[in-house]
Design a protein around this ligand. Structure first.
Ligand code: ZN
Ligand code: FE
Ligand code: FE
Ligand code: ZN
Length: 285
């Protein structure tokens, strides 16, 4: 372990034992460039090493093109520096098996421009996220008002339709936090089987993978994304699965990953998908 320096010791010392996490990867790490994360990227890598992750990858938010909000994503002009940071870190810490990813919002009106931005950089994988429904940032605590005059079932139907669209758009390797719409713990009192089934069918046919994210455990809903019922359908349909923490601070790297082996096994998932140069490979769990 490197010499502790000011600020680093605290970060690493809080990390619990690494035993149950061996073999897992965390492909969803952010950096402070997005305007809502803390800690320097190097500390995320050190935390991941301490936790025994087999691989890790940064996937900071790709600059938003339909709006500018420096608290949601890095400004466009910082994207090259982000890429340089991560490539530099991956050279300094070969043992981290660090990958360069990006989390891109699915914005249906801007797919051509997103594609150009993504193609301009040597990403190992692209995570696609649905954070907006018709321009409304439904997972943003600042816009919780939006839930007031919307029908929850219709909202969920629309969310999973967009997730299917994101799968089919051809830009992404992995779909982030696949049932993010449950973030605030509001869900329709209805059978979701049809919504899940239609969506999973589209994801499976598209060939993209999904993320299993522990981030939901830190949110009001208090659950892993996606729900076991959704993940079971995905695994039965052969959809590749990649773990992520959506860490926005070094302490969150690999957080709650000790739950993942049992959770994945209970859902019929026996291997995880990893990526290099946008080519997928599988690791047995
Ligand atoms: Zn974020
Ligand atoms: Fe996201
Ligand atoms: Fe994220
Ligand atoms: Zn995210």
């Amino acid at each position: 372990m490197p010499e502790p320096v000011a600020g680093r010791e605290r970060t690493v010392a809080r990390v619990p034992d690494a035993m149950p996490r061996a073999g897992l990867v965390d492909y969803h790490l952010h950096t402070p460039r997005c305007g809502h994360a803390s800690g320097v990227p190097e500390d995320y890598v050190l935390a991941g090493l301490e936790r025994g992750l087999a691989e890790m990858g940064f996937a900071d938010h790709l600059p938003l093109l339909h709006m500018r909000d420096d608290t949601l994503s890095m400004p466009l002009e910082q994207l090259p520096a982000y890429v340089e940071d991560i490539v530099g870190l991956s050279r300094r810490y070969p043992e981290a098996r660090l990958r360069l990813g990006i989390e891109a919002d699915f914005i249906p009106t801007h797919l051509d421009r997103i594609a150009v931005l993504v193609a301009a950089h040597p990403f190992d994988y692209v995570i696609g996220s649905v954070h907006f429904i018709g321009g409304w940032g439904f997972d943003d605590p600042r816009y919780l008002d939006g839930y007031r005059d919307r029908d929850l079932y219709e909202l969920w139907r629309r969310y999973f339709e967009l997730l299917g669209d994101a799968a089919e758009c051809g830009l992404f390797d992995i779909l982030a936090h696949p049932d993010l719409i449950k973030k605030f713990g509001m869900r329709p009192q209805a059978d979701l089987g049809e919504i899940y089934g239609d969506c999973v069918q589209r994801i499976a046919a598209s060939g993209v993978g999904i993320e299993v994210s522990t981030a939901g455990l830190r949110k009001p809903v208090g659950e892993i994304y996606p729900a076991p019922e959704f993940l079971r359908l995905c695994c039965a349909a052969g959809v590749p699965v990649t773990p992520g923490s959506d860490a926005h601070s070094p302490e969150e790297v690999g957080q709650d990953f000790e739950m993942l082996p049992d959770f994945l096994a209970a859902c019929g998932c026996r291997e995880i998908a990893v990526y290099r140069d946008r080519v997928r490979d599988f690791r047995a769990l």
